[in-house]
Design a protein around this ligand. Structure first.
Ligand code: GLU
Length: 421
């Protein structure tokens, strides 16, 4: 069936329209007024700046940097910075709104934001990457800060980039480690921040499987993407005794029906930059990965990868959205019809921002937590949040996605009404 949204076929939806579609699904159920919807979807501020770079060879490079500050009703705005050639205004806007619902679903005292630079980091030397990062902060430092808007890593950025951000911000504002999270542990970063998203994905997968009486150690998984999130999720699952049978990245993919040797695959990836050509495996394409005969499929790369074109091929019983916005509404519909259960991004990948919150708390208290405490608090928050979303979905007979949005929008909406406009 062709679903229309504002007169457009779904497949023509932009990233923001997709996010808006999911928002409206829950808003309809909540009976939210049009005025309230408009207030909640409209970003508080959209920043777009020129990021000029002097290249190593003396030439000039000009990039566009974005920061969308979507909503601050529940606290300072929070969200990652993405350095990727696909970054544009629409995508950043969509991802910023997802951060608002995500921080609300896990009930941490933040709003939502997102930013990025439209740049291919593969084209930059390390020095160029540093200069681009510092220049971006020169342009936006007045509009971010520990009580305003706190950036963090996302696709194409890492702890080193966060260290440059902190350093550059502090040139204007003085010592202020809580101005950014995901920093190196040597520079006020939190233990366990790097693993947090992937680890959280598996904690939540386990919670979901438990509700269906499926032991994690008898579970097979396919993972699309082997960056920070995909590789930590694979490692965590492997430690729990589950089987990672298929993995793909931008270069290629590997499959071993008996289970891939995950620690060896991580080393192979560190050495060669890709999972491709890993020994003791056969190579597979991305389409083959999505159609793999596994229990759980984990998209952990780009958005918009599960579409009307490939959703019908998915054989997994569960999809855990480690990536942000990976599923188009049409694909979501197909999964529903085929009885496939989807754990939505705004809950599934919330482990990252949750440990960012712990980092910010530690920075502000000047008190460092042990890794064991970080993990324990993370597991508790995610399990509690899962339980709330699960119960809502059971009580109202709605999907986990609609339930997560219902919970998140409800919290943001109530804070907005109570605080006043
Ligand atoms: N970029 C991550 C996300 O999409 C983490 C954001 C953060 O830690 O603030 O959730």
């Amino acid at each position: 069936m062709m679903i229309l949204f504002n007169g457009w076929p779904m497949s023509a939806l932009s990233a923001f329209d997709t996010a808006r579609f999911y928002f409206d699904q829950a808003a309809n159920l909540m009976g939210l007024s049009d005025n309230m919807r408009e207030l909640l979807v409209t970003p508080e501020r959209q920043i777009k700046v020129q990021v000029a770079l002097e290249r190593d060879n003396g030439e000039i490079g000009t990039f566009i940097g974005y920061r969308v500050q979507h909503n601050s009703a529940r606290g300072p705005m929070k969200g990652g910075l993405r350095f990727h050639h696909d970054v544009d205004e629409d995508e950043v806007l969509a991802l910023a709104s997802l951060m608002t619902w995500k921080t609300a679903v896990v009930n941490i005292p933040y709003g939502g934001a997102k930013g990025g630079i439209s740049v291919d980091t593969k084209d930059l030397s390390i020095g160029e990457l540093e200069r681009v990062t510092r220049k971006f902060i020169d342009e936006i430092h007045d509009m971010i800060g520990p009580d305003k808007d706190i950036p963090a890593p996302d696709m194409g950025t890492n702890a080193q980039v966060m260290a440059w951000i902190a350093n550059q911000y502090e040139k204007f504002h003085g010592y202020s480690p809580a101005c950014v999270t995901g920093k190196p542990v040597e520079l006020h970063g939190a233990e366990g921040r790097e693993e947090a998203t992937g680890r959280g994905v598996i904690t939540l997968t386990e919670a979901l499987l438990q509700r269906h009486g499926q032991p994690i150690e008898e579970t097979t998984i396919a993972i699309q993407g082997f960056g920070n999130v995909g590789s930590h999720a694979a490692h965590c699952l492997h430690e729990k005794g589950g089987k990672v049978v298929a993995v793909t990245d931008a270069e290629g993919g590997v499959l071993n029906k008996k289970g891939l040797d995950v620690p060896a695959l991580i080393l192979h990836c560190e050495d060669t930059g890709s999972v491709k050509n890993f020994s003791d495996s056969e190579s597979i394409t991305n389409d083959e990965l999505l159609a793999a005969d596994v229990d759980v499929l984990i998209p952990a790369a780009l958005g918009g990868v599960l579409t009307e074109r490939n959703a019908g091929d998915v054989r997994a019983k569960y999809i855990i959205e480690a990536a942000n916005n990976p599923t188009t509404p049409e694909a979501d519909d197909i999964f529903h019809d085929n009885g496939i259960i989807v754990l939505p991004d705004i809950l599934a990948n919330a482990g990252g921002v949750t440990v960012s919150y712990f980092e910010w708390v530690q920075n502000r208290q000047h008190f460092k937590w042990e890794l064991s405490r970080v993990r324990q608090e993370l597991d508790r928050i995610l399990q509690d949040s899962f339980e709330k979303v699960w119960r809502l979905s059971q009580d109202k007979q709605i999907s986990l996605r609609v339930a997560a949005y219902f919970l998140g929008i409800g919290r943001v909406g109530r804070a907005t009404v109570m605080g006043g406009i």
